[in-house]
Design a protein around this ligand. Sequence first.
Ligand SMILES: [Mn+2]
Length: 325
Amino acid sequence: MNELVEKAATALGQAESVAIACHVNPDADALGATLGLSNFLRARGARTICSFPNEPFEPPRWLAVLPGADALVRPAEFPIEPALMVTCDVASMDRLGMLARSAARAQTLIWIDHHVSNEGLGTIPLIDPRASSTCEIVWRLVREIGGDVPVETATCLYAGIVTDTGRFQYEAVTPETLRLAAQLREYAFDHTRLVQALYEDNPAAYLRLLGTALDRITVEGDLIWTYLTQADLAAAGVHAAETDDLIDVVRTAREADVAAVLKQQRDGRFKVSVRSKGGHDVATVASTFGGGGHRLAAGYTSKHGLAETIHRLKAALRGEPAVEG
Ligand SMILES: [Mn+2]
């Protein structure tokens, strides 16, 4: 890993132009790593262009508190054959959507990620499943490149670390993570405004929708689960992206080790978020359904409808072999 960090630092330190991409439906770790690195390279005089593969291109509301978002372009405007490309927080090629073609054609591809299920792509893979966040790896990388780290980078990396660790509660949090957070907190960014944008910016309509989802809670053995349909979202007037925190409420139940939230997408399939308190490896479970993630936090997409998706999930949690298709 150290040799690869050096190699990536050399490539980035010399680059005049860098294209940076993160995964579809980006969270604050993905965009924090992307813009944190972009801000650092820009402060050194390089040009950067950043994107994520969402169409329509609707950045999350909290992006307003991350500096450097003017580097973001729609995926259609992203370079098709970049000399140097970086991906942030991308566990597999399909998470890059239409930006995957740029990754395939990039001369040098630095692949920065901390998912266990990572395919290890790129000409320079910087994969550390023990890292709390992709932002933590980006921090190591910018320290290796050297020079001043601007406050615009520190703000973005802090946002990614605080969110990807569940505000410093997940198992990947080490003394090193906390020391890094402390170092970043030394910078003069508006900490209160940042955390309010990340954690206290729900529309009241979301809170009502939360009521609907919580009312449907089902506990079956070691599994607690609930769901939201497209009709629920439409009736509440809430975007799917605004329901990301629902799983964090469901997982607090003491009755079950595993929590799952099924959210219907526009194409009718269900996006399944799964969390474990430690009794199950949900990354393995998710990978049997074509998804991935971390040991205690993972996800996948199912085309099988609500009842069948839950049936298959329960079978997988019991350790039964996955049903084909
Ligand atoms: Mn992450």
